[in-house]
Design a protein around this ligand. Structure first.
Ligand code: ZN
Length: 391
């Protein structure tokens, strides 16, 4: 099926102004001014100047649910396709977290395939917080090579009491295992790294990179705005060529503990002359967020929300007056490059993964691989449970 989107105000993420977008099957065939297709085989949709951006890329979502850190009652639920689609996300990477005993990679694989059936571009990591990494086959290398949706390992925890405290030697071993498996499978390969609040921060990554002559981009540390010291280390990490990731799910309790709010952290990094192509945002969706009162007492838990990714992008554009192309890049092109998936930018030949906006804060429609998953705020993704659509 051929679709022609007329009069789109395109941020690809670079600003194009008003253009027409021709979509053939799952790909963008052409972007240009005044494309004329009169065949009745073409579905022509006049967007009347509405903004079009690439579908968002979320490189860390606990899609099968996470949490469990305050007993089994604190396990968080799995995400649903409509939650992802309503947030403008069309590509995402699922991962396990603290619990890799009652949560399994087999379940994560099934969830990844479920989300693909709904029309989303879903990927997954092997492993969890734990070292040695849990795997689906006999090794991380084999998971990368034999299981197509697996694009890396993680989130391996460092500097965190919930992790296994891997040494720089063990981190280097893991990185090489990922890289060799990815090389043979034609993938980029990445080690997603959960960084806790212990004072050494990402020092273990610097040591592994230095001692074993690794390319810094193999490690992709997240939660980098957890405290000011870690954010400073993050700046140094970008200077040697690594990507750093800021978590958009947060709450007042975590901020009171020292985390910088995500939009503030981005502005701080941009003001610090950090290479802006190395900054990414991810949601940490379905992770559990502890909430503390002013006496630092745990008073409850929140659940990480995938829509925090989009709302942080809007906060940057509308609240912080960041150039829209810049803000969009942090949730599209940059994260796609950090994990090595073909997504996050719109050009002739790219997958037709895009979001149509009524205004910055209002998503109208979402398309993935040339198919509408949400059209004019009505879900239309592929599901055998049709009663779950727009009920
Ligand atoms: Zn984490």
């Amino acid at each position: 099926m051929i679709k022609l989107l007329k009069n789109a105000n395109l941020f690809a993420p670079s600003a194009y102004g008003i253009v027409d977008i021709l979509i053939a099957d799952s790909k963008i065939a052409h972007i240009g001014s005044n494309i004329d297709m009169s065949s009745n085989q073409v579905e022509v949709i006049d967007l009347e100047g509405r903004t079009v951006i690439p579908g968002l890329v979320d490189t860390l979502a606990h899609v099968t649910g996470g949490g469990g850190e305050s007993g089994f009652g604190s396990r968080t639920p799995a995400i649903t396709p409509d939650q992802i689609i309503a947030s403008g996300v069309t590509s995402l990477v699922g991962a396990l977290g603290t619990d890799s005993v009652t949560r399994s990679l087999q379940d994560l694989y099934g969830k990844t395939q479920e989300l693909r059936s709904a029309g989303l571009n879903a990927y997954m990591h092997s492993g969890s917080y734990h070292y040695p990494a849990k795997t689906l086959t006999s090794s991380v290398q084999e998971d990368l090579m034999m299981i197509e949706p697996v694009i890396g390992v993680g989130e391996i925890a460092i500097s965190d009491h919930r992790g296994s405290h891997p040494t720089s030697n063990q981190l280097a071993h893991l990185a090489s295992d990922v890289k060799v498996g990815a090389m043979i499978a034609g993938k980029q390969g990445v080690v997603s790294v959960h960084v806790g609040d212990a004072p050494q921060g990402i020092d273990p990554l610097f040591h592994a990179i230095h001692d074993y002559a690794l390319n810094p981009s193999v490690f992709y540390p997240t939660h980098i705005s957890r405290n000011n010291e870690l954010l400073e280390q993050g700046k140094q990490f970008t200077k040697i060529g690594g990507y750093i990731d800021i978590t958009t799910s947060t709450n007042e309790g975590i901020i009171a503990q020292g985390e910088m709010p995500p939009a503030d952290a981005v502005c701080h990094l941009l003001d610090s002359d950090v290479d802006n192509t190395k900054i990414t945002l991810s949601s940490d969706a379905q992770g559990s967020l502890p909430n503390y009162n002013k006496k630092n007492e745990l008073i409850g838990l929140d659940i990480g929300a995938i829509d925090s990714l989009y709302s942080t992008m809007c906060a940057l554009i509308e609240g912080k007056q960041i150039d829209p192309s810049m803000a969009i890049r942090l949730v599209t092109e940059n994260p796609a490059k950090a994990v090595g998936i073909n997504a996050g930018s719109l050009f002739a030949g790219a997958s037709a993964d895009l979001v149509v906006l009524d205004s910055w804060s209002c998503i109208d429609s979402v398309m993935s691989n040339g198919q509408w998953l949400m059209r004019q705020k009505n879900f239309c993704f592929n599901t055998p449970f049709e009663d779950s659509l727009n009920d």
